[in-house]
Design a protein around this ligand. Structure first.
Ligand code: 1CP
Length: 345
């Protein structure tokens, strides 16, 4: 048996006992890391994502530097939107832009059909190369944005605080919203299944911005399509379902599907897990800002999360959201070591 199959990360996804609590970090490859910045000095972000050799190298950087228990594919949730012809750009120092956002039912109707395999073939190639380079050291996680989070970028045209255009569209253009969410659930399914076929051993569905919705709006306007995305996935690969600010949505997200539910730091892990039921694994949930402080503070905050999990099988340690760019690498490395030390059983 390969060690990847017996890896603490994959065992925890399936709620099986492990000798230590596995840890990986959202945005573990990224600008806080000097190796990543060196790579970015040579490639623009989108170019890097489409260069399988370079992207696979970035995927492995945190495994080598930090000793995390899983690698996550280096790519982006928005890549899959590019073939829709909406004008995707990553503006240096700013973030993603969609130059031709969707503002009407006609805009949705005019979207071209896309062959996902053809459009993001480079990402699938990165998965193959990264999996080969990892050589059973740790498992490789693939990922995609969930339909709501992708739709919010398509409609807003970029990052948003209030998601007012998206919330207006949901209700005012209900038919078009359903058509868009249905299209996106198919695209997400194909994108993740392509990554699984290429060698991803688990996948994370990022519904990062869904916490902006009320629980009833989540159930009415989002849940059916998140469920549909997950239903389409090749069986047997663990699915992590994640969002930010989801305290009020967690039971409905659990219903939509996934083997592991991602928690952010606005909930206490122990009570949140008790409320959800222990028939689902949980991932989280250190406030990424804690990593800006010092090793003593990191140790205390880590102990408190591990205490909440009570050593129960099915806890994957992570941050509640991605590593901040300003984070000292040595603090991230300290966190990985502290989790392994304090959870050793
Ligand atoms: O300048 C740079 O180098 C680009 C910064 C960057 C990076 C490192 C972007 C632009 N994307 C990424 C990589 C990335 N994105 C990964 C790689 C794997 C890893 O975690 O190490 C992953 C999983 C993502 C996923 C992603 N992209 C999400 C979901 C996760 C989250 O943070 O909530 C979202 C919302 C995006 C969109 C996006 N891409 C990039 C940025 C800065 C953003 C967020 C913009 C916003 O705030 O709306």
């Amino acid at each position: 048996m390969s060690n990847a199959v017996a890896s603490p990360f994959l065992l925890a996804c399936r709620r099986q006992p492990t000798s230590v609590t596995p840890i990986w970090l959202m945005r573990q490859a990224g600008r806080y890391m000097p190796e990543y910045r060196a790579m970015r000095a040579r490639h623009r972000f989108l170019e890097l994502c489409k260069n399988p050799q370079a992207a696979a190298e970035v995927t492995l950087q945190p495994v080598e530097r930090l000793g995390v228990d899983a690698a996550i594919l280096f790519a982006d949730i928005l890549l899959v939107l590019e073939p829709l012809g909406v004008g995707l750009e990553f503006v240096e120092g700013e973030g993603p832009r969609i130059h031709r956002p969707l503002r009407s039912a006609a805009d949705v109707a005019a979207l071209p059909t896309v062959d996902v395999g053809e459009a993001v073939g480079a990402v699938f190639e990165t998965v193959k190369l990264a999996r080969k380079a990892l050589a059973e050291r740790v498992p490789l996680i693939g990922f995609a944005g969930a339909p709501f989070t992708l739709a919010s970028y398509l409609i807003e045209g970029g990052p948003s605080r209030e998601f007012l255009l998206t919330k207006r569209f949901m209700r005012a253009e209900r038919r078009a919203w359903e058509a868009l969410m249905s299209r996106l659930s198919i695209i997400v399914g194909e994108y993740l299944n392509g990554q699984i076929a290429a060698g991803a051993q688990a996948v994370q569905l990022f519904d990062s911005w869904v916490g902006t919705l009320s629980p009833s709006d989540y159930r009415e306007f989002v849940q059916p399509w998140s469920r549909e995305s997950i239903r389409r996935l090749t069986p047997g690969t663990p699915v992590i379902h994640f969002g930010v600010g989801t305290a009020g949505l967690l039971p409905s997200m659990k219903e939509a599907g996934g083997d592991v539910l991602g928690l952010d730091w606005r909930v206490e892990l122990g009570p949140a897990w008790d409320r959800l039921g222990h028939d689902i694994a949980v991932q989280g949930n250190l406030d990424p800002a804690v990593l800006l402080s010092n090793v003593g503070a990191i140790r205390r905050a880590t102990q408190s999360i591990l205490d909440g999990a009570k050593g129960r099988p099915g806890h994957i340690f992570n941050l509640g959201h991605g590593v901040h760019q300003e984070t000292p690498v040595e603090n991230v490395k300290a966190l990985v070591d502290i989790v392994h030390e304090l959870s050793s059983r």
